[in-house]
Design a protein around this ligand. Structure first.
Ligand code: APR
Ligand code: ZN
Ligand code: ZN
Length: 361
């Protein structure tokens, strides 16, 4: 067992605290990771606001990269010294989804069995089964994916959540390929990652939609060919006009609201695909759309969960593309901060200038 510094949310809406936690030595199937960098995501804030569940205290942080320090006896997939990106969907390999060859839908994903605790012994709930705003964290070995050790931890750690969700929404869920037209509604961290993924895949045009001109400027940097400010322009009409009157082959909704999903529904080509990657709140319902409009169109309406990624396949590939200069992960890192600055980073999250604050440990 070791004691390390970590960021803990003790109760609903209370500011987070930097405190000492106990981290057990890795047992069977587990790995102890020395965290180097961890991004601050909306989901961390959501945990501390009690929006996910009431299992306080939470050990926050889940978009991380670091070095494996020790592994349990039976672990062969990673070894001490490996540079890894952590993931929150370590697939089991033998549930029904894994068996039918769609492991990204795995419903028996692995986490560490042992609990990390506060100094008084209270068990911590690690955010998304990771808990990486900590000098060290204990995860399932399958949550560690080995990547190129010369890559910058602050940048590649972001593949652990939001950036992967956006890129995967385009290339995995939306099946964006060369020559397809794409529109992305909502260009926060997830949306601009969807723009970057579409650019990687060779899509054209790539139309970015947001109500904030600063976000649209960022989307252009990431590869958008056109931008639409939907606070002043009807995005459905604009997307149709930019796609020869058809609508986009793939429309990615990265806000998570009924109004913007409705825009996505009508902005797609008749046989197009809508991908919902923005996360709605439980009280939201489908927008009011005549069923005849659903019937009258082919194509598909999909949702994208963690970008339908397979970490063991996608992380090393995307890190290599980053290292080759073909995927600008540095552009997602707005600022590097210390472990004491997470609460301040939460406050800045919605000011429009921050894509990701990354805690350096
Ligand atoms: N039309 C277009 N864009 C909008 C609208 C709207 N009506 N309302 C908000 N937006 C834009 C915001 O300006 C912002 O750029 O959507 C973007 C949302 O981005 P972030 O708040 O930075 O969220 P992000 O991290 O990208 O996540 C997007 O996925 O993970 C979930 O909870 C997260 O639902 C959120 C979504
Ligand atoms: Zn499985
Ligand atoms: Zn996240």
């Amino acid at each position: 067992m070791q004691q390390v510094k970590a960021v803990v949310a003790r109760g609903k809406g209370q500011p987070v605290e930097v405190t000492t936690i106990n981290v057990p030595d890795p047992g069977p199937g587990e790995a102890l990771v020395k965290v180097q960098a961890c991004g601050v995501c909306h989901t961390d804030l959501h945990y501390r606001e009690g929006g996910i569940n009431d299992d306080f205290p939470f050990l926050l942080g889940h978009e991380a990269a670091g070095v494996v320090e020790a592994v349990g006896d039976d672990v062969t997939s990673v070894a001490p010294g490996d540079f890894v990106v952590l993931n929150w969907r370590a697939v089991c390999g033998d549930c029904r989804a894994c068996d039918r060859g769609e492991p990204w839908y795995c419903f028996a994903t692995h986490n560490a069995t042992q609990k990390m605790t506060l100094e008084d012994g209270t068990e911590l709930s690690p955010a998304l089964g990771i808990g990486a705003f900590a000098e060290k964290t204990l995860v399932a070995a399958g949550q560690c994916t080995k990547v190129d050790p010369s890559a910058r931890a602050a940048a590649v750690g972001l593949l652990g959540c939001g950036v992967m969700a956006g890129i995967g929404a385009a290339i995995n869920t939306g099946q964006v390929t060369r020559g397809k037209s794409v529109a992305v509604i909502g260009c926060g961290g997830v949306g601009v990652a969807a723009v970057a993924g579409s650019a990687l895949a060779g899509a054209s045009p790539i139309i970015a939609v947001d109500i904030d001109p600063k976000k649209l400027a960022k989307a252009t940097e990431m590869g958008a060919t056109h931008t639409v400010d939907s606070s002043t322009t009807d995005p459905v009409a604009a997307i149709q006009e930019l796609t020869g009157g058809h609508g986009a082959d793939v429309v990615i909704e990265a806000v998570g609201r009924p109004e913007t999903w409705k825009q996505a529904f009508y902005a797609r080509d008749l046989a197009g695909t809508v991908v919902l990657v923005g996360v709605p709140t439980p009280d939201m319902t489908l927008p009011d759309i005549p069923l005849i409009d659903v019937f009258g169109r082919g194509g598909s309406l999909k949702s994208s969960w963690y970008g339908d990624c397979l970490p063991s396949r996608d992380f090393p590939m995307l890190v290599d593309l980053y290292q080759q200069g073909r995927l600008d992960l540095d552009a997602f890192v707005t600022e590097e901060i210390g472990i004491d600055d997470v609460e301040a980073a939460f406050a800045r999250m919605h000011d429009g200038d921050v894509l990701r604050s990354v805690v350096i440990l």
